[in-house]
Design a protein around this ligand. Structure first.
Ligand code: GLU
Length: 477
């Protein structure tokens, strides 16, 4: 059986679009599942679109997600080099084969001449095709003119795509296309075919936008006597609103931006893999091991998959809760505020334990737990604007807090003990939990949300709790 070799072949043209990242995950899973090879090829032949640093960003993203490549630009491999600009001679050798067979010709035309052909076709009310204007005596190709493929197998093509099914396209989809540009570098259309053959790709996993060009590729495979790899076309990733492809304007960020905001790689991987795939059960949370075991190309959907950031946030929360406290603490490095960094590790861990169930991203730490580390500013709006607390006279609120304070002076600051006391206080003051507890909670945190009151008190400790109650009393008075 043929070895399973899949590839991720991005172009280093800027930040790596989140949709493109999915194009790395699927081939990774296909390879790992079969004990095959996943390799990284850099498609940098479009020099005009080349962006410095983009390659590093691609590699950082893959590493972050745990998509380790077995061969590639940096690690080498049996088919190195894996960067297309370093493979010029290889493309030229393959191009020469086509020239020798009479299946490629040097394109002698200027842009103006092509424009004339175009107008002629238009006047004749037919689609403009290069193959209608082939030069009778093309010059000998010397590597400086563009080299065009001379398509001869003009027919209806039928082919199978693992995701899109059986596809077909008529001869109108075929035309002579550029193989090598005037700068000597190959086009994507040519380079990827050569590379996938040389590098023994068993599958080509890429976006569905390449489907319309597939007849071109098939005619070139035939001309080069290459057996085409298995084609796997991935559905578009759609913007959250409207019926269009996800673009930078729809708020989709780069994978590294999500990382810097405190998304876990497990969540990101989980989210991306499910853009267009599920395992047929209700399961939504998958580990990498489960994905390697269960991923199945035949279950990839054909229609576009909506990029729902809310789902990503939800998944991130799920993954945060799955971590042990120590693991979570480690992942939080770099996400604490400066004030939090002054506190000791043990205190930070205690705080983390309280909010683990509420964190949506690690970035939440910067704001959500401030009051554990700095004295929060008293903001009476939170009392005056609270639907329960605004009913009380301020003097009454002060009285309630004074009673609470005096009880807290002597109790042991341990969550269970504190809860007992809080319950006793409810009886003593004849108050509803929602009212009394809100008052105390606000007095201690001055934040709209906080964890369970007794646990928060335990972590803050007696001194801070009493101090904060005093400050509230003072402000209310
Ligand atoms: N360089 C192409 C892109 O970034 C890759 C397509 C492919 O995987 O063949 O879209």
């Amino acid at each position: 059986m043929k070895e399973i070799r899949t590839r991720f072949a991005p172009s280093p043209t800027g930040y790596i679009h989140i949709g493109n990242v999915r194009s790395a995950i699927y081939p990774y899973l296909i390879a790992k599942q079969a004990g095959g090879v996943f390799y990284l090829r850099i498609e940098d032949t479009d020099q005009a679109r080349y962006v410095e640093g983009a390659e590093d960003l691609i590699m950082d993203t893959l590493k972050w997600l745990g998509l380790k490549w077995d061969e590639g630009v940096d690690v080498g491999g049996p088919y190195a080099p894996y960067r297309q600009t370093e493979r010029k001679e290889i493309y030229h050798a393959w191009a020469q084969k086509l020239v020798d067979k009479g299946l490629a010709y040097a394109d002698p035309y200027t842009a103006e001449e092509v424009e004339v052909f175009r107008e002629k076709s238009m006047a004749e009310k037919k689609a403009f095709l290069y193959r209608d204007y082939r030069p009778e005596n093309p010059p000998k190709w010397d590597g400086t003119q563009p080299l065009r493929f001379k398509v001869t197998n003009i027919k209806r093509w039928n082919w199978h795509d693992e995701v899109m099914g059986d596809l077909t396209a008529g001869p109108e989809a075929l035309d002579d296309f550029i193989l090598i540009k005037s700068d000597g570098l190959p086009t994507y259309n040519f380079a990827h075919i050569v590379d996938d053959a040389e590098m023994r790709s068993s599958h080509i996993t890429r976006g569905v936008e390449y489907v319309s060009s597939t007849p071109k590729y098939l005619s070139l495979y035939e001309a080069l006597e290459i057996e085409p790899p298995i084609l796997v076309s991935l559905p578009h990733i759609m913007a959250p609103s409207g019926n269009k492809k996800l673009g930078k304007r729809d708020g989709a960020k780069s994978a590294t931006e999500y990382r810097d905001e405190g998304y876990l790689p497990e969540a990101m991987l989980n989210f991306l893999v499910m853009l267009g795939w599920n395992d047929g059960t209700e399961q939504e949370i998958f580990t990498m091991e489960e994905l390697v075991e269960r991923f199945d190309v035949s279950r990839v959907q054909r229609s576009g998959a909506k990029f729902d950031e809310q789902r990503l946030i939800w998944m991130n929360g799920q993954w945060i809760r799955r971590l042990s406290l120590d693991e979570l603490y480690e992942r939080c490095e770099g996400f604490w505020s400066e004030a939090a960094m002054v506190a000791d590790e043990e205190y930070r861990k205690k705080v983390l334990r309280l909010v683990q169930d509420r964190l949506k991203t690690l970035g939440d730490l910067r704001t959500m737990v401030d009051y554990f580390f700095v004295e929060p500013e008293v903001n009476l709006e939170l009392i005056d604007g609270d639907k329960r607390l605004k009913k009380y006279e301020r003097t009454h609120l002060v009285k309630m807090l004074e009673v609470v304070r005096s009880r807290l002076e002597s109790v042991e600051f341990e969550a269970d003990k504190l809860q007992e006391v809080l319950n006793e206080l409810l009886v003593e003051l004849d108050e509803k939990p929602a009212n009394l507890f809100s008052l105390v909670r606000v007095s201690l945190s001055w934040a709209p949300f906080s964890p369970a009151l007794n646990e928060m008190m335990e972590v803050l400790g007696r001194e801070k709790v009493l101090e904060r109650i005093d400050r509230t009393i003072e402000a209310l008075e």
